[in-house]
Structure formats: structure tokens, C-alpha cells
Ligand binder design. Structure first.
Ligand code: NAP
Length: 278
């Protein structure tokens, strides 16, 4: 049995905490500074609250699952708490960001494992993969044996798991942003009905997909901003243009008003995208 702390029990983190508990580990979370929503998700996951940050000293591992643009700050905070165990960063960050986090935690005496999650929160078996890379990634993958989360070690190189996540999300979230941007443009130009009619003729299913994309991403757009910037940086680090995903970040930023709103419809999303450009 391993003693682990998951930072923080968001939509995804709470399912990771539950998976680790299911696999037989002692799982904790840090309540300081977190919202009631996080507290409720933590309770559902079965993770126990850590009363004191200094209690983290002596833990075997920390698993960081937070908004991508907070990943480095979370690692710095963990170091400041005196933690020296295994630090797993499972966030959607560029390989260079993963390596920077790895360097920071290594300088404090921690071992580092890079991670990237693909799929929805892992409440059902077979839906969600956690890719892991770095020395001893297979040991971390083994922590999830028997849980709903499929953990896969993909090699010893820190950055590989993050690179895989960046490539995957570059297409899924990038194409969602493109689809919504196109519909917003058609609406602004007054040709939306004509575009939808043409799609019905030549791109069957695209109109329905754009509507379901709008309601699926609106509440999460605020969190995708940082992820799109990490993807842009990943493209540019390999000499490829990052502009597409910088534009995707700008589009998602325009959806920040829908944070945590579960029933946004396509008309409201298009209005937000267009209004922000006035
Ligand atoms: N959700 C998915 O379907 C999914 C899929 C694949 C990968 N992921 C990855 O999982 C990670 C987290 O996603 P999520 O869906 O769990 O997000 P989420 O539901 O928005 O939860 C984020 C968690 O991080 C905390 N948090 C928010 N701002 C923070 C900050 N500035 N510093 C530290 N902690 C902060 C939140 O706590 P408070 O609200 O209490 O502040 C919350 O507990 C991301 O890297 C994402 O790419 C998610």
C-alpha cells in the first residue's frame, strides 16, 4: 500500500483519487485554499483531507491534476511543503513544461514521472488512459492495477507522455475550436442558415456536431486556454507553426463566462464568441 496525495480533486483528479483508492492505496487531498466544489468531489472520491500541509512530508507520492497553467506553481508549492517522494505531473502541459517541473522537483530531491490523461474522468473501466513516462514509470502504472483507470508506461523519457497528450488534444480540442470559430464567422456574416444547409448536403452530421461541441466545451473553455497555449508552444518547439492553437486559445478565452455552466446552447456560445470581438 502506498500513501498518496492527489492535487487537486477536480472533475478528473477526483476520479484519479478514487481509482487509486480502488487499487488499495491510502489517498489524501489538501483542502487549503480549495472550493466547496472540490471538497464535494473529494468526498465522493473517498480521499481523506490532509489537515496540515507539512503532513505531506513522508508521503510516498503526489499526483498533480490541476489546470495546466497552474502545474508549475503546484509543483513549487509541493516542494515548499518539504515533500521528497515521487512527484507525478498528469497535466496537459508541453513536454518542455513537464521537463521544467521535473527539474524543479528533482532539485528538491523528488523523483519525477511525466503523465498525460486521455479520456473523460475515469469512473468507468475502459474509458480513460493515463500515459506515463520517466524512469520507473512502470512502477507508477502498477499503482493503478485493478482500478477503472488504465495506466500505461511508454518509456523512460520525461516529456513523452506530455507530448502524446499534446498531439491528441491538438486535434480534439483544436478541431472543436475551429468548428465553433467557423460557425461564429458564418453567424457574423449572416450566412449561418445557408452554411448549415450546405453542410447537410455535403458534410452530413457536421451541423449537429457543432451544436453538441458548443454545449460540451462551453463550461470547460476557461481551462482549455492554458492547454491550447501549451500545445502552441509544443508545435513551435519543433519548428512547426503554433498560430492555430494560439487562435484556439483566444476562442476558448471568449467562453470564460460559461465556466461551470452545464447547459449553454450553441446560440449563446456563438454570441459570446462574436461579442468578444466587437
Ligand atoms: N476533465 C477531463 O475530462 C480531463 C480529461 C483529460 C485530462 N484532463 C486534465 O486533468 C487536469 C485537471 O482537469 P479537471 O477536469 O480535473 O479540472 P477541474 O475540474 O477544473 O479541476 C481543477 C482542480 O484544480 C484546482 N485548481 C483550480 N485552479 C487552480 C490553481 N490556480 N492552482 C491549483 N489548483 C487549482 C481546482 O480547485 P478549486 O476549484 O477548489 O480551486 C480543482 O480541484 C488538466 O490538466 C486536464 O487537462 C482532464
Amino acid at each position: 500500500m502506498t500513501r498518496l496525495c492527489v492535487l487537486h480533486p477536480g472533475a478528473m483528479g477526483s476520479s484519479i483519487a478514487a481509482a487509486l483508492g480502488e487499487a488499495g492505496h491510502q489517498v489524501y487531498w489538501l483542502a487549503a485554499g480549495r472550493s466547496d466544489a472540490t471538497r464535494r468531489r473529494a468526498a465522493r472520491s473517498g480521499a481523506l483531507p490532509l489537515a496540515n500541509e507539512t503532513d505531506l512530508v513522508g508521503f510516498d507520492a503526489v499526483v498533480s491534476v490541476c489546470p495546466p497553467d497552474a502545474a508549475l506553481a503546484v509543483a513549487d508549492a509541493v516542494i515548499a511543503m518539504g515533500f521528497t517522494g515521487i512527484f507525478v505531473d498528469a497535466n496537459a502541459v508541453a513536454p518542455a513544461t513537464a521537463r521544467a517541473i521535473g527539474d524543479a522537483v528533482a532539485s528538491a530531491g523528488c523523483a519525477f514521472i511525466d503523465g498525460g490523461i486521455i479520456g473523460p474522468p475515469a469512473w468507468q473501466p475502459g474509458t480513460t488512459r493515463l500515459y506515463l513516462s520517466g524512469p520507473d514509470a512502470d512502477i507508477v502504472a502498477g499503482w493503478f492495477a485493478g482500478s477503472a483507470l488504465q495506466a500505461r508506461a511508454i518509456g523512460a523519457e520525461v516529456g513523452a507522455a506530455s507530448a502524446l497528450k499534446m498531439c491528441y488534444a491538438a486535434f480534439t480540442k483544436g478541431s472543436s475550436a475551429l468548428l465553433l470559430g467557423v460557425r461564429a464567422l458564418a453567424e457574423a456574416e449572416g450566412v449561418q442558415q445557408e452554411l448549415l444547409a450546405e453542410w447537410d448536403l455535403s458534410q452530413p452530421g457536421l451541423a449537429a456536431r457543432s451544436a453538441s461541441t458548443a454545449s460540451a466545451v462551453a463550461a470547460k473553455g476557461w481551462r482549455f486556454v492554458g492547454e491550447m497555449r501549451e500545445i502552441a508552444a509544443t508545435f513551435e518547439s519543433r519548428g512547426l507553426p503554433g498560430g492555430f492553437h494560439r487562435a484556439a486559445a483566444d476562442l476558448y478565452q471568449r467562453l470564460e463566462e460559461f465556466k461551470d455552466e452545464s447547459d449553454a446552447d450553441v446560440a449563446a456560445v456563438l454570441r459570446a464568441l462574436i461579442r468578444a470581438s466587437d
